[in-house]
Design a protein around this ligand. Structure first.
Ligand code: ADP
Ligand code: GLC
Length: 490
């Protein structure tokens, strides 16, 4: 099949969270399965230069509203490990030459509506320009929500009219809501600006447009696919998702086992696997020394790496940290950035408990690998979690997760059964400080008092297969259903 991925993030080139990892690794897997995979994404100021990047088009015009055109220079490169794939980078200094992808220190970029409308329109205009017409365009989150709408309207009577769209919801909380006055820039006809289209409360809602117009919809775990059809998790779009339930499929993400694999990890001092775990002990020593924690292999490290927003529930950890420090023998490590108030709380905790709490505020790829390897438990107290990749990374690294039973965490973490050594981690139900405290206590007592169980949990996690395999085949199936539906084959 000819598959076009359009995404605001593609790892290893650009990444804010798991979306970048997912798009990079799924594209690689699809290319390896023999599909013609091409990816369109912005060339941000933060994308590292590469000797392999070639100029593909000196000037690509994106045809926007009112006859307005914006131009991009297009660069081309393959994904590492997938020589047949092609990533097209759109270079547009005004829109993309910035380090932060979505937001600066003062919130979302003021021109996000225009920036990502441009990404969506330019991706389709690149197909016209190359006369390469994919069977399916795979769109990721709100930034690409206009693509299914273009395919059903402005591009319907062009060769792209036979192209199906698959809209993947990675996170329903972000919808791309903008004032009505931004709509003209898109060049979409006004008759899609309606409640059963992309209008919501008089504004433009890019994701809603994508959800109404996409041929098929997926989200990143079966459990989240159910949750988003309820008011509690639907973020106001649950009626749309219930209406489209027949076209909605939950597919759990795979992980890139070349990048997230303790036996091959180039960021680790010593590689390790389930049979030879010494490298994990060395990683723990390095982690303790990095954060000036007490160098002691017998004290368990509980760690988190995350965007510090409400979704991730790490404020709950800040709430209970003093109690944990007084009641339990453990160390805490946190790597993350986001909400300034939560960042500040963790900075203060680290200052108050030197030697016991280590905090790095910021994004650090290398450190995130060391944490997965060096910690004894990985914390994910998420209020909601569409899939979550970190719990899979941590299981692969022999670091049992402690996770709230929500979204994809339910689909990927298997509950520990005490004294039987079954399961891969610790699940708890309520997003409350008390429930997190209790779960950490449970894990900690397992570490000290049921060592065999703890070691079994480690082994169980490391033995699980989190690679793309099955999920990539499910996407293949979804693409062919979408394509058949689009061309009227069924
Ligand atoms: P989400 O996409 O919601 O942030 P995921 O668990 O799917 O959650 O993916 C998060 C990814 O982002 C992981 O690869 C994680 O290691 C990475 N990440 C998040 N914050 C940081 C950080 N501060 N430094 C390095 N990596 C980070
Ligand atoms: C989003 C979700 C996360 C998911 C990731 C990749 O960022 O918050 O749960 O793993 O997308 O699909």
């Amino acid at each position: 099949m000819k598959i076009l991925m359009v995404s605001p993030e593609v790892a290893p080139f650009s990444k804010v969270g798991g979306l970048g990892d997912m798009v990079g690794s799924l594209s690689k897997e699809m290319a390896r399965m023999g599909h013609d995979v091409r990816v369109v994404t912005p060339l941000y100021g933060s994308v590292k230069p590469s000797a392999e990047r070639r100029l593909a088009r000196e000037s690509l015009a994106a045809n926007l509203g009112g006859g307005h055109r914006e131009y991009a220079r297009v660069w081309e490169e393959s994904l590492p490990g997938a020589p047949t794939s092609r990533v097209y980078f759109l270079e547009h200094a005004g829109f993309f030459d910035r380090h932060e992808i979505y937001a600066g220190p003062w919130g979302g970029h003021a021109d996000n509506a225009q920036r990502f409308t441009f990404l969506s329109r330019a991706a389709l205009d690149l197909c016209h320009e190359l006369q390469w017409y994919p069977d399916v365009v795979h769109c990721h989150d709100w930034t690409t929500g206009f693509i299914p709408v273009y395919l059903n309207t402005t591009d319907r009577n062009t060769p792209l009219g036979r192209t199906a769209s698959v809209m993947t919801v990675h996170n329903l909380q972000h919808q791309g809501m903008f004032g009505k006055e931004t709509f003209g820039f898109s060049g979409l006809p006004w008759d899609v600006f309606r409640a059963d289209g992309l209008e919501a409360l008089g504004n433009v809602n890019m994701l809603k447009g994508g959800l109404y117009h996409a041929t098929k919809i997926t989200t990143v775990s079966p459990n989240y696919a159910k949750e988003i059809q309820t008011p509690a998790y639907g973020c106001g779009l649950d009626p749309v998702l219930r209406m489209r339930a027949g076209d909605l499929v939950g597919v759990v993400n795979g992980i890139d086992t070349e990048v997230w694999n303790p036996a091959k990890d180039r960021y680790l001092p010593f590689p390790y696997d389930a049979y030879e775990m010494d490298g994990k002990t060395v990683s723990k020593e390095m982690l303790q020394s990095h954060f000036d924690l007490e160098q002691n292999n017998t004290i368990p490290i509980f760690a988190a790496v995350a965007r510090l927003y409400d979704q991730k529930g790490l404020d709950l950890l800040a709430d209970i940290a003093p109690g944990l420090m007084s009641d339990m023998r453990l160390q805490l490590v946190l790597v993350g950035s986001g909400d300034p108030a939560v960042e500040e709380r963790f900075r203060e905790l680290a200052a108050y408990y030197p030697g016991r709490i280590g905090v790095h505020i910021g994004y650090d790829e290398c450190l995130s690998h060391l944490v997965e390897a060096g910690a004894d438990f990985f914390l994910m107290p998420s209020r909601f979690e569409p899939c979550g990749l970190n719990q899979m990374y941590s299981m692969a690294y022999g670091t049992p997760p402690i996770a709230r039973a929500t979204g994809g965490l339910v689909d990927t973490v298997e509950q520990y059964v005490e004294n039987k050594g079954e399961g891969t981690g610790f699940l708890f139900s309520d997003a409350t400080p008390g429930a997190l405290y209790y779960a950490i206590g449970w894990a900690n007592s397992t570490y000290y008092d049921r060592k065999d169980d703890y070691l079994a949990l480690r082994r169980n996690g490391m033995a699980r297969d989190f690679s793309w395999g099955q999920s990539a085949r499910t996407y293949e199936q979804v693409y062919s259903w979408a394509s058949a539906q689009r061309v009227g084959a069924f």
